[in-house]
Design a protein around this ligand. Structure first.
Ligand SMILES: [Fe+2]
Length: 351
C-alpha cells in the first residue's frame, strides 16, 4: 500500500478518481451519511386523511374499477414525508388504506403473510369470510384477517360498505417475508364458532388451536363500548380496551395490536413510544397534539401517531372514541419497545 497523503482540513474531500472507484465497487463513505453518528433522530410528522376529502375520491373510484378486475378496490394512504424517505407506508411499518365494496360485489379469496384488519366505517349487508367463517361488517366492527388466513369480501346489501384496512405490509417488505397466494381456498377445517368465547372468564378446552392469533375474527362495536363503560381510567387519563385472543390474553394478532380509546375534554397525559400507530376517529370530535402538529379530527378521519412523537388527545365533544392499530407488539417481541409518559397539562415533557 502506498503512503497516503491525508488532508485533515478537508477529510471529506474525495477525488473524482476515488469517487468513481467507490461507485464501481458499490461502496459509499459512511461519513457522508445524513444519519450516521448524528445525535439528532428524525421522526415522521403526523398526517391526517380527513373523511370529507377521502369520501369523494372513493365515490369516484367506484366508477372506474371493480374488484372483479383489480382484486380489491383499495386506496392506499401514503405518508408524503416518510422517514426513511424510501418508505411507502402510512406510518412506520404500518400500511393503511380505504376499501369499498358495492352491493352485489365480491372480492375473491386470497391470503398472505401479513396480519391485516378491517375497521368498518359505513354500510350494511357485507361480510368478510375468514377461513370459512362469516364475519358480518357493521360500522365500528373490527374484523381481523391474521397472517395466512384465507379471506374474501362479499356484499349482498343495498349500499356500499367502506372500511379501513391496516396491514403490516411495510414490515414484511423490510424483512423480506412478504408472500401472497391467490384463491380459491382449499377445503378448510371448521373453525370454532365465536359464541363459545362469549361467556366472560371462561374459554373452552380441547380446541387444540395453537395458532398465533385469536380464534375470534369479529369484534362487534357494541361489545367494545360495553367494555369501555366498565374500564378504569388508564394512566394517561383515557379509558382503553384491547382486542385480545381469548385463549391467551395476548393481542388478537401476532404483530398488530388494536385498542379502542375513549377520551373526554381533559387532555390525556403526554405519551410516546417507539412503535407507530394508525388511528380511526369513531365517535365525537377531538384534537390531538402530536409532536409539533395539532390535528383536529372527526368521525371516519384517519390519522397517524408516528413513533417517537409526544401525543396528547382531548375531546371537543363530551366524549370521543378512537380506534388505534399499532405495531407495538413487534417492538415488544424484539425487546425494542420504549414507552414513556410526560408531565400532565401543557408542560413540556422531559425527554
Ligand atoms: Fe388480503
Amino acid at each position: 500500500m502506498t503512503l497516503l497523503q491525508v488532508n485533515l482540513d478537508a477529510p471529506d474531500a474525495i477525488s473524482r478518481q476515488l469517487r468513481e472507484a467507490m461507485r464501481k465497487a458499490h461502496i459509499v463513505p459512511l461519513w457522508e451519511s445524513p444519519i450516521a453518528h448524528k445525535p439528532e433522530r428524525r421522526y415522521e410528522s403526523a398526517q391526517i386523511w380527513p373523511w370529507r376529502e377521502v369520501a369523494p375520491i372513493l365515490d369516484q373510484s367506484a366508477t372506474i374499477v371493480s374488484p372483479a378486475v383489480v382484486e380489491r378496490r383499495v386506496l392506499s394512504l401514503i405518508n408524503p414525508k416518510p422517514v426513511p424517505a424510501s418508505s411507502e407506508a402510512t406510518t412506520g411499518g404500518l400500511s393503511a388504506s380505504l376499501q369499498m365494496l358495492l352491493p352485489g360485489e365480491r372480492a375473491r379469496p386470497h391470503r398472505h403473510s401479513m396480519d391485516a384488519l378491517r375497521f368498518v366505517l359505513q354500510g350494511s349487508g357485507a361480510e368478510t369470510i375468514v377461513d370459512g367463517k362469516s364475519c358480518p361488517m357493521s360500522p365500528g366492527d373490527l374484523i381481523i384477517t391474521p397472517a395466512w388466513c384465507w379471506h374474501e369480501h362479499v356484499s349482498t346489501g343495498a349500499e356500499p360498505t367502506i372500511w379501513v384496512d391496516v396491514l403490516d405490509f411495510a414490515l414484511h417488505l423490510s424483512l423480506g417475508t412478504f408472500a401472497y397466494e391467490p384463491g380459491p381456498a382449499p377445503q378448510l377445517e371448521r373453525r370454532p364458532d365465536d359464541a363459545i368465547f362469549s361467556v366472560a372468564n371462561t374459554v373452552p378446552s380441547g380446541l387444540g388451536d395453537e395458532r398465533p392469533h385469536s380464534p375470534v375474527f369479529r369484534y362487534p362495536l357494541a361489545n367494545v363500548i360495553e367494555a369501555l363503560g366498565r374500564a378504569p381510567i388508564d394512566r394517561d387519563g383515557a379509558r382503553r380496551v384491547r382486542y385480545v385472543n381469548p385463549l391467551s390474553g395476548r393481542p388478537a394478532m401476532a404483530l398488530l395490536d388494536c385498542t379502542m380509546v375513549e377520551i373526554d375534554k381533559g387532555p390525556t397525559r403526554p405519551f410516546r413510544m417507539s412503535a407507530s400507530t394508525v388511528c380511526v376517529a369513531v365517535e365525537g370530535q377531538g384534537v390531538s397534539e402530536i409532536g409539533n402538529e395539532s390535528i383536529e379530527w372527526k368521525p371516519n378521519d384517519v390519522f397517524t401517531l408516528p413513533q417517537g412523537q409526544w401525543v396528547s388527545h382531548r375531546a371537543v365533544s363530551d366524549i370521543a372514541r378512537i380506534f388505534m392499530a399499532s405495531n407495538r407488539e413487534v417492538y415488544g417481541r424484539l425487546g425494542l419497545l420504549d414507552e414513556s409518559y410526560g408531565a400532565l397539562v401543557g408542560a413540556t415533557p422531559a425527554l
